[in-house]
Design a protein around this ligand. Structure first.
Ligand code: BEZ
Length: 254
């Protein structure tokens, strides 16, 4: 995601569900005392701090300097670095690489998987959760329809996301040499904070690449058009829900 979209304050205040749900995935990671664990896409450091609280040595990386600065401010005793998931290396290998809600932003999964492989000790584990096949289908369809309605036809290159199936992602991991030991794809409708504003906040934070493609004076009507389409399906009792499909995967470096 481009740096200008990572508004760390907005992320902390209105999108805390991103790391709150990630806590479930920490159970799969099962950090052990003394484990050296890399949190890839650490955001504001919340999950790295939970990993460290279990006695592991947690190091967080994120592509966004703003997020890393916020993480460092939140947790001055932990180590955070700005790094590109497609091109990073550490001198000392890790027992585990963990990643929550990050990998769907990177359309070059092979490069990421190669870096993770190189960062792990033999026998090390990779535990990740991110958007999988079918993720936010309803939202993406509504965005495309709304853009078409104001005269901006669908441009696939505006779509910043990679939502693989279990099969596709497992194949890439196996090609690298990983043994995939667990994989699941499940629906997790996710309530967005801030009531009626929830979907608009989400679009402005996460779907900016689409909104930026149209003149600013057309954006309010596009957002309105998106909300009108999605309201029957994704708005309940004063809350918007994102139609998330999560892919959870565990693999071991053989
Ligand atoms: C996700 O967590 O699945 C997600 C978040 C923002 C944009 C797209 C997907």
């Amino acid at each position: 995601m481009p740096e200008n979209q990572w508004k760390s304050a907005l992320y902390e205040s209105k999108h805390s569900f991103v790391w709150r749900y990630g806590a479930d995935c920490l159970e799969l990671l099962s950090p052990q005392m003394g484990d050296r664990i890399l949190d890839l896409g650490c955001g504001t450091g919340r999950l790295a701090a939970q990993i460290a609280a279990s006695g592991a040595i947690a190091i967080g990386i994120d592509q966004s300097p703003t997020m890393v600065a916020q993480a460092q401010q939140n947790y001055p005793d932990l180590q955070f670095e700005v790094a590109d998931a497609r091109n990073f290396q550490f001198a000392e290998p890790f027992d585990a690489v963990f990643s929550n809600a990050t990998l769907h932003w990177i359309k070059e999964p092979e490069a990421v998987i190669a870096c993770i492989w190189n960062a792990l000790k033999p026998g090390g584990r990779f535990v990740a959760e991110f958007g999988g096949k079918g993720n936010i289908n309803a939202i993406v369809t509504a965005i495309n329809n709304a853009l078409e309605a104001v005269g901006y036809p669908v441009q696939p290159e505006l779509n910043p996301w990679y939502f693989p199936s279990i099969g596709d992602y497992s194949m890439l991991l196996e090609k690298q040499g990983f043994l995939v030991t667990y994989a699941t794809l499940f629906a997790r409708p996710t309530g967005l904070e801030d009531g009626e504003n929830g979907l608009q906040n989400w679009l402005e934070m996460f779907a900016n690449s689409f909104l930026q493609a149209i003149p600013a004076n057309k954006r309010p009507s596009v957002i309105q058009h998106i909300e009108n389409q999605l309201r029957p399906q994704l708005y309940r009792d004063g809350t918007w829900f994102a139609d998330y499909q999560r892919l959870r995967i565990v693999a071991r470096k053989e």
